[in-house]
Design a protein around this ligand. Sequence first.
Ligand SMILES: [Fe+2]
Ligand SMILES: [Fe+2]
Length: 142
Amino acid sequence: MDAITMLREDHRAVKKLMTRFDKGDDAVVPEILDALDRHVLIEEEHFYPTVKQALEEQDIVLESVEEHHVVHLLIGELRQMTPGDGTYRAKATVLVENVRHHIDEEEGELFPQVRDAMGRKELQELGETMAAMAGDAEQRAS
Ligand SMILES: [Fe+2]
Ligand SMILES: [Fe+2]
C-alpha cells in the first residue's frame, strides 16, 4: 500500500472514532488518543521527513508539524484526566476540532502536492517502511 493510501485509511479510522465522540460518547476518547499517538508518530518519523525533501515549498510541512505539536499537548493533558472531569469533554472537543482541520489540510493540500512531487514507486516504498513501523508498534502493544 502506498504511504498516502495508508495515511488516508488511518484518517478514516480516527474520524469514525471522532463521530462516536460527537454523539456524546466520552468513553471513546482514550481510543482516539491511542490511534492519534500511533498516527502522528508514523507521520513524524517517516512521512514528513521524506516529504520535506521531496517538496520545494515546505511551509505546509512546517505548519503540519506545529499542528501536531498542539495535538501532542492536548493528548498529554487529556491523558492526565478522566472522562468525569469538568473540562474533559471541552478539551477533547478542541482536540477533535484540531484534528479534523489538520486531516482536511493534509488530504486537501499536502497529499496532492506529495503525489505530484514523488513517484509511485517511492510512495510505495515509503508506505512499506511505515507499515513495518506500524506493525512493530502493534506487536509491542500486545
Ligand atoms: Fe498529520
Ligand atoms: Fe495525518
